[in-house]
Write a protein that binds this ligand. Structure first.
Ligand SMILES: [Zn+2]
Length: 480
């Protein structure tokens, strides 16, 4: 089934597929963290969303190259470096490490490449030089370099591809030096910022004098270096649409004369307890705050994956408690399937016997799940498919109509789905191969009526913290 995703660039639902010449390879860029603090739960909504997109593309058989930058030089970072009198690298390194640890806690797949802005200064300078050569960027009196919106539009290029802008408000030649600004104050923006005393030791030499890059040009330089001048997919939070992403398009297309990105995806805002997150309202949470309150990364991930990415989502502590209960339902069902399924390897004769029992019609978990995701990542329908499957499977388990082979097949389906969701209980709940082999040896001993040997294996299993319960459906292994 064709995967459809909403493209911010065309404001429409579009089939997502890389060009035929690229076979099934997809280049995907997600704006990464600005490492000046711990990422908050609103940031994590975007990164968990990016992880869902990547896993969905992989689930559809595409080969994804996932690039996420690290913004390690920018206005807010420089301000804090000066306040704390530490080196830039020491300061950003701390938060970068914390970010990757949090990412792992949330079970986000690590991107294939995580370029740092400070390690791409030559590429950034080269890109600015190209824009100057094409007459789209200019050096201001203080040595800073600005992007000229007027010249860019004069070349027939469109500024305002992701966001409608009112050009009556554009005063030609007016400049904005800050990295972040609002839609109403759009103007020529800084590509290179000349060194000022407040920058301290954070500066690099350039053809225009000492200074540092603007935030937007960093992403243009790193994404094109990693994925080429035109690539498939760029995503981020909707707060980055303007000015950051608009400026990325302008800088890249201004320099290369080619379309920058084919498909743009944006995740909506997150509210916490019904309000915009703010420290003064007491509803500001980093992932670490939630872990300290006894929640797990799994529960947070589950909750962040509950809402459609284009809907504003209200994140609540009640929602986290419900997430815990929902995950327990999945764990219980998958745990029972594992118990039944493990007998398949150990007891082929029992398995045969069970195969004769009616298995009933299992719900089409994988088919329903992939249909839901193909519809612009319709997670509500995807979760509905999961929980209908849990319900139906539990019913069949309670009726004892699940054969060992059917349980193994159901587990294989769940693994496929969980390769996208990433919320499954970890392998600790599974029966290790060594233990399964011992169970198999015990069954063989019993069949050979070597009860001394079978008891010895039972004791060995017990020593390894597993007990065998002999049931009419065959032996079951349980952890002590
Ligand atoms: Zn970016």
């Amino acid at each position: 089934m064709a995967l459809k995703l909403f493209n911010t660039l065309t404001r429409s639902l579009q089939e997502f597929a890389p060009p035929a010449a690229n076979a099934n390879k997809v280049g995907m860029y997600c704006c990464g963290p600005t490492v000046y603090d711990y990422a908050h739960i609103g940031n994590w909504r975007t990164f968990v969303f990016a992880d869902l997109v990547r896993r969905t593309l992989e689930f559809s058989g595409l080969e994804v190259r996932h690039v996420m930058n690290i913004t390690d030089v920018e206005d807010k970072i420089i301000k804090r470096v000066q306040e704390q009198t530490v080196s830039l690298r020491e300061f950003t390194g701390r938060f970068e490490t914390a970010f990757f640890a949090d990412m792992q806690t949330l079970n986000c797949l690590p991107p294939h490449q995580t370029p740092r802005a400070t390690e791409h200064i030559p590429e950034i300078i080269a890109l600015i030089e190209k824009l100057i050569a094409r007459g789209i960027a200019y050096r201001a009196g203080d040595g800073s370099v600005y992007f000229s919106i007027e010249k860019y539009r004069g070349c027939g290029c469109t500024y305002g591809q992701l966001q409608k802008l009112n050009f009556d408000e554009l005063r030609v030649g007016e400049r904005v030096a800050a990295d972040d600004y609002d839609k109403e104050s759009f103007a020529d923006f800084a590509l290179w910022k000349a060194r000022v005393p407040a920058d301290g030791e954070v500066f690099w030499p350039s053809p225009w004098g000492e200074g540092r890059p603007g935030w937007h040009i960093e992403c243009s330089a790193m994404s094109m270096k990693a994925l080429g001048e035109t690539f498939d997919l760029h995503l981020g939070g909707e707060d980055l649409k303007f000015p950051h992403h608009e400026d990325e398009i302008a800088q890249s297309e201004g320099a290369t004369g080619k379309p920058f990105v084919r498909h743009w995806l944006h995740a909506a805002h997150l509210l916490v307890e019904g309000k915009k997150m703010s420290k003064s309202l007491g509803n500001y949470f980093t992932l670490r705050d939630l872990l300290e309150n006894g929640f797990t990364g799994r529960e947070v991930r589950f909750l962040l994956l509950k809402a459609h990415y284009r809907e504003t989502f209200n994140f609540t502590l009640d929602g986290l408690h419900s997430a815990k209960a929902s995950l327990a339902r999945i764990d219980e069902c998958v745990g029972k399937l594992r118990e039944v399924g493990v007998q398949a390897a150990a007891c082929p004769s029992d398995m045969l016997k069970h195969e004769l029992q009616p298995a009933g019609a299992p719900p089409l978990l994988v088919a329903d799940f992939s249909t839901a995701l193909a519809d612009d990542l319709n997670v509500s329908a995807a979760w509905a498919a999961v929980f209908e499957w849990v319900l139906a499977t539990n019913k069949r388990l309670a009726e004892n109509t699940v054969t060992a082979a059917a349980a193994s097949a159901a587990l294989a389906d769940w693994e496929k789905v969980d390769a996208v969701l990433g919320v499954g209980a970890k392998a600790a709940a599974e029966i290790p191969a060594e233990i399964a082999a011992l169970l198999e040896a015990r069954q063989a001993a019993r069949q050979a009526k070597d009860f001394k040997q079978s008891d010895a294996i039972r004791d060995e299993l017990k020593a390894k913290a597993w007990v065998i319960e002999d049931t009419p459906k065959g032996p079951k292994l349980k952890r002590i």
